[in-house]
Design a protein around this ligand. Structure first.
Ligand code: DLL
Length: 438
């Protein structure tokens, strides 16, 4: 039997859609005016497009505003997009940025407060209450995961365990000794914790966890089932990005069919990534966000590069916020191998469906002007007991299944358990040596 749904801010989370749209319109008009007045870079962008704050009367005028991209953010590093005096800011976070300049985001106390509310909504949707012990195993520091969920957990009133990521042995000891009931970390780290428990002789029922809040990287439905089984929990997705505060832009409810976007704070659009044209609801395209309330680092029409679908279909949890699908990879993450578009999630789906571990690595190279695709996959300890001949057969059969999914043939290498380094934060699954050569 389903218990009655709990909300963190019921009135807002279940607001009729027309009321949400009216609220968004009111906030958008105010935000555009503020940004135009306070940020010279935005003023120039808008002037160049021939749009002035007076032209924005509500969300129906959103399309008139210019887009903002990561390149703009990098360009304006560090203070160029600040919309409040620095003395009003109380926090900085930053992207992990492996290439180019990092993006630095600023927060006023009001911004931190709203961000933590968003995370508290996500935790509550996953069943968290003040009776829970919430183990936050996202990294604390410039990365937003740790501090974001920590703040949300406080707001809900959970007993918060600020573990940060890594130190797996201590992580497990605290989880078991202090009876953690909610786990927050990346899905790849959750999978590792499940594997670690199993290998150390624990059964899923030996821990008290009931739910996990996992995000910050793409993960498939197959990976969700794997984690749910190994930890004995219900696994909820959470989405966000540093530029928009951090985790909590969108979160899953018990229905687990899309993440509700916190629409009172974030206005979402889907566009064609090639042309920039706004697409109708239900179309697959690039997610674009406008932050309606943020003071220090507001973003108007920010192109996330994440590809997904939005739906307003009614959700039985009672929340009226629009839902986004799991991001189907980023437009800049899509691999083009021998001319074929490949998303790493397609490979993950085949692996997990065929009973392999989520421990894999995709290696792409170019030899004699032809792309090569090698996939390293770890065997489970049981699979590793097979003879070398049997393993060779398994490699052939897995390569065949991946070829059916992608249309191109990979070379599959099945490896001994524990040959691939485990991730404690975001997993690095793709090594594209072609890029390193460019
Ligand atoms: O990853 C914020 C976050 C922390 C989200 C903890 C959820 C939990 P960034 O490091 O700036 O911020 O990375 C943002 O990560 O544009 C997506 O491509 C990806 N991403 C985030 N959440 C998800 C998710 C944090 N649930 C980038 N599914 C985003 C798939 C995700 N991809």
């Amino acid at each position: 039997m389903n218990l009655p749904e709990r909300y963190y801010q019921k009135e807002i989370e279940t607001m009729p859609p027309e009321k949400i749209r009216a609220l968004q319109s009111e906030k958008l008009v105010r935000q555009v005016r503020r940004v135009y007045e306070n940020v010279s870079y935005y003023r120039e962008l808008m002037n160049r497009k021939g749009v002035r704050p007076e032209d924005i009367h509500g969300i129906e005028d959103l399309h008139k505003l210019p887009f903002l991209s990561k390149a703009d953010l990098r360009d304006q590093y560090p203070y160029g997009l600040l919309a409040t005096p620095l003395s009003e800011c109380v926090r900085i976070h930053s992207t992990s940025g492996t290439t180019g300049r990092r993006v630095v985001a600023f927060y006023t106390q009001y911004d931190v407060d709203l961000w933590e509310d968003c995370c508290a909504r996500a935790l509550t949707a996953a069943g968290a209450t003040k009776e829970d012990v919430c183990q936050v195993a996202y990294g604390y520091g410039l990365f937003t995961g740790g501090f974001g969920l920590n703040g949300g957990s406080h707001k809900v009133g959970c007993l918060t365990l600020p573990m940060s990521s890594g130190n797996t042995e201590r992580q497990i000891q605290f989880m078991l000794d202090l009876n953690s009931t909610i786990l927050c970390c990346t899905p790849s780290y959750a999978a590792y914790l499940g594997e670690y428990l199993k290998e150390n002789g624990y059964r899923p029922e030996d821990n008290r966890l009931k739910a996990g809040i996992f995000g910050a990287e793409p993960w498939t439905e197959e990976m969700r089932r794997d984690i749910e089984k190994s930890l004995g929990i219900k696994a909820y997705d959470i989405y966000g990005l540093t530029e928009s505060s951090g985790p909590g832009v969108a979160f899953e409810c018990r229905e687990q069919h899309g993440m509700h976007i916190n629409e009172d704070h974030f206005l979402a659009e889907i566009i064609d990534p090639e042309t920039g044209e706004v697409l109708p609801e239900g179309s697959k395209g690039e997610l674009v966000f406008t932050s309606l309330d943020k003071e220090a680092f507001p973003l108007l029409r920010y192109r996330t590069r994440d590809i997904c679908v939005l739906t307003r279909e009614k959700c039985s949890c009672g929340r009226t916020f629009i839902r986004m699908s799991k991001p189907m990879g980023r437009s800049d993450d899509m691999l083009i191998i021998r001319g074929v578009n490949v998303f790493p999630s397609q490979i993950e789906t085949v692996l997990l469906n065929k009973g392999y571990t989520p421990n894999y690595q995709i290696l792409i190279d170019r030899v004699h002007n032809t792309d090569t695709l090698d996939i390293n996959v770890e065997l489970t300890p049981e699979q590793a007991r097979n003879t070398p001949e049997e393993v060779a057969k398994m490699e052939g059969s897995l390569a065949g299944a991946i070829k059916t999914m992608l249309g191109i043939s990979p070379k599959v290498h099945l490896l001994e358990p524990h040959s691939i380094t485990r991730s404690e934060g975001k997993a690095v699954r793709v090594i594209d040596k072609r890029k390193l050569l460019d």
